[in-house]
Structure formats: structure tokens, C-alpha cells
Design a protein around this ligand. Structure first.
Ligand SMILES: N[C@@H](CCC(=O)N[C@@H](CS)C(=O)NCC(=O)O)C(=O)O
Length: 206
């Protein structure tokens, strides 16, 4: 059975929704960030990165959201969570997911995780101030260039939708107004109607 390590409010929501959409047989295990469990030897023995999500498979651990999402989509092809029969479309989905992972999420992390990149308090403040601009630029690009509609990739729902839904829940905390991103706002509402999302959300409230 697959095991997903997660914590509410983090990027682990996308993997959790995708497991649920796939109808996977899995166990969700909460890592208690409030007691910094992700930094303790027991968790580091599972995932030396000290982050969530981690997905334990029969073959070993998987980390990094784009890799986990693609793994689930490929393991459960009948759920049609990715355009697996079209290499160009699949690469497009990966392009979107990797943009969220390597650019948007990293820009967002500058608000609370400045110590990853600097030591001075003044540097943290500077990084925090820049977040609405850098994250806002990401959402502008998604809203105007990348989002096809009604789902991220167009007519078909894919893993990119769970991922966008996950990260866009941080938008208000980054002092951005979702009203400025009407496609992303409508996407959020559409996601909340999905039974898989409704089943998972109670576990992702802090
Ligand atoms: N690139 C990773 C990022 C994972 C990540 O940074 N997770 C955060 C939560 S959103 C975390 O576990 N942080 C714990 C910490 O910094 O102590 C992914 O996409 O899965």
C-alpha cells in the first residue's frame, strides 16, 4: 500500500488529491510540523530532505511533487489524470507542474523561509517584501498565458489542476487578491466541487 506523508497548508495537498482522484489504496500519515517532526531523525530516515510530500512505494520513496503526481497518474492510467498517450501534451503538463515547483513555490517560500537563502534579518525582510511582486508575476503568467481552461490543460482534468489548486490557496497569504485572477478564482470553485477534493480537504485544515 502507498503511504503519503503530509501536513495541512503545505504542497502535499496536490499529491493527496491526486491519490484520491486515482482511487488508490493508500494511507495518509500526518507529519506534525507544529513539533517540527519533519526535522527529527525518525522522519529524516524516511525523507532526508525533511520536507513533505513523501510517497512511500513498494520500490522506495518518491519526493518532489511533479514526480509524485506523474507516478500516480502512470500507476493508475484508468483514472486519466494525465495525457499519457500524447508525449507533447504530457510534456506540457510537466512543464506547468515544474513551473509551479521550481518558480512559483520557491518565490512563495521567500516569505517564511528566508533563512534558506540568507542569514541577516534585514535580508529576510527584503525577501518578504518582494513576494507579492514575484508570486504575482507567476500568477499573471498563469492567468494570461498558461491556463487553457476550463482546466489547466484544456478540456481534460489533469494532475496540474490539483497542483494549481494547492498552491493558489496561498495566494491571499501572499497578499494577492484572487479577484485579479478570474480564471484561477473560477478554477478554485470548480476544484471545490470535485468529490475527491471534498474528501481530502477536512484533513488539510489546520
Ligand atoms: N520541491 C518540493 C518542495 C517540498 C517542500 O518544500 N515542502 C515544504 C512544505 S510546502 C516543507 O516540507 N517544508 C518543511 C520545512 O521547510 O521544514 C516539492 O514540490 O514537493
Amino acid at each position: 500500500m502507498l503511504k503519503l506523508f503530509y501536513f495541512p497548508g503545505t504542497v502535499s495537498l496536490a499529491s493527496h488529491i491526486t491519490l484520491e482522484e486515482a482511487g488508490a489504496d493508500y494511507e495518509a500519515i500526518r507529519v506534525d510540523f507544529l513539533s517540527a517532526e519533519q526535522t527529527k531523525p525518525e522522519y529524516l530516515a524516511i525523507n532526508p530532505k525533511g520536507r513533505v510530500p513523501s510517497l512511500i512505494t513498494e520500490k522506495g520513496i518518491l519526493t518532489e511533487t511533479p514526480a509524485i503526481l506523474l507516478y500516480i497518474a502512470q500507476r493508475y492510467p484508468d483514472a486519466k489524470l494525465a495525457p499519457l498517450d500524447d508525449i507533447y501534451e504530457l510534456a506540457q503538463m510537466q512543464s506547468f507542474n515544474n513551473y509551479l515547483c521550481s518558480t512559483l513555490h520557491v518565490a512563495h517560500a521567500h516569505k517564511q523561509r528566508g533563512s534558506r537563502w540568507a542569514d541577516e534579518e534585514s535580508s529576510f525582510e527584503d525577501m518578504k517584501r518582494k513576494v507579492p511582486e514575484t508570486v504575482g508575476n507567476c500568477y499573471r503568467l498563469i492567468e494570461h498565458e498558461m491556463f487553457k481552461g476550463p482546466w489547466v490543460m484544456g478540456e481534460a482534468y489533469s494532475t496540474a489542476d490539483a497542483y494549481l489548486f494547492n498552491v493558489s490557496r496561498w495566494l491571499e497569504g501572499d497578499t494577492l487578491d484572487i479577484k485579479n485572477f478570474p480564471k484561477i478564482e473560477a478554477h478554485r470553485a470548480r476544484m471545490l466541487e470535485r468529490p475527491a477534493v471534498q474528501r481530502v480537504m477536512p484533513l488539510h485544515q489546520r
